[in-house]
Ligand binder design. Structure first.
Ligand code: FMN
Length: 184
């Protein structure tokens, strides 16, 4: 094996390829927001917990800190333009649902709007915020969750079917989705 050195500001991309999630939130004055977050991972099985890394300057961070609620949803690859668009403006400046014409459904257990057409979502209550001055590592616990019946067969994501193809971020404006083979 031959290795080449990587720039340290790109090294994270080696492990950046989990699904991009959309984090929905609301301000304490009731303004809804949604933003793509690539730095997301599971953090507990039962009940499910998730960890998302959100810049403290983002409206998403302020909203979650204020309300203690958010939704983590998994967009389908067909929604990749919406992913880029929601990451290009701040909810501090615009209502993205209106400006970007994003159809939504209401979360049931938290006060958030979920983009319609996502593969599935976890409605979360804030457990803890870790991190530093720049990045908040937000730990949330699912209080409700749902998945597209065409994208999940009972105990796994059907990534080999169009309905189950998530968005994976390669850096900048490049994305990929999973292939059609499942190794069992
Ligand atoms: C594909 C993609 C992935 C992103 N991942 C993250 C991330 O993991 N953490 C983060 O803080 N910002 C991330 N961003 C940037 C935010 O989504 C972006 O700054 C957004 O406009 C913040 O919106 P808000 O101010 O309404 O919260 C990502 C953007 C894109 C397009």
């Amino acid at each position: 094996m031959t290795y080449k050195d990587m720039p340290l500001d790109e090294a994270y991309r080696l492990i950046n390829t989990g699904p991009v999630v959309l984090v929905s939130s609301v301000s304490k004055s009731g303004e809804y927001d949604v933003a793509p977050i690539a730095w997301a991972c599971p953090a507990q099985k039962s009940p499910s917990r998730v960890l998302v890394g959100v810049g403290r300057k983002h409206k998403t961070f302020t909203n979650i800190e204020e309300t203690g609620e958010f939704v983590v949803s998994v967009p389908n690859i067909s929604q990749v333009e919406m992913v880029t668009a929601t990451g290009s403006v701040s909810g501090a400046d615009v209502d993205k649902f209106v400006k970007l014409n994003i159809k939504s459904i209401d979360a049931k257990q938290v006060d958030c709007k979920i983009p319609d057409g996502v593969i599935g979502y976890l409605e979360c209550k804030l457990v803890e915020i870790y991190g530093n001055d720049h990045l908040g590592l937000i730990l949330g616990e699912a209080v409700a969750a749902a998945v597209d019946t065409e994208a999940y067969d009972g105990d796994r994501l059907l990534c080999e079917t169009p309905a189950g193809k998530a968005v994976h971020h390669l850096g900048d404006r490049r994305y990929m989705t999973l292939g059609d083979q499942v190794i069992q």
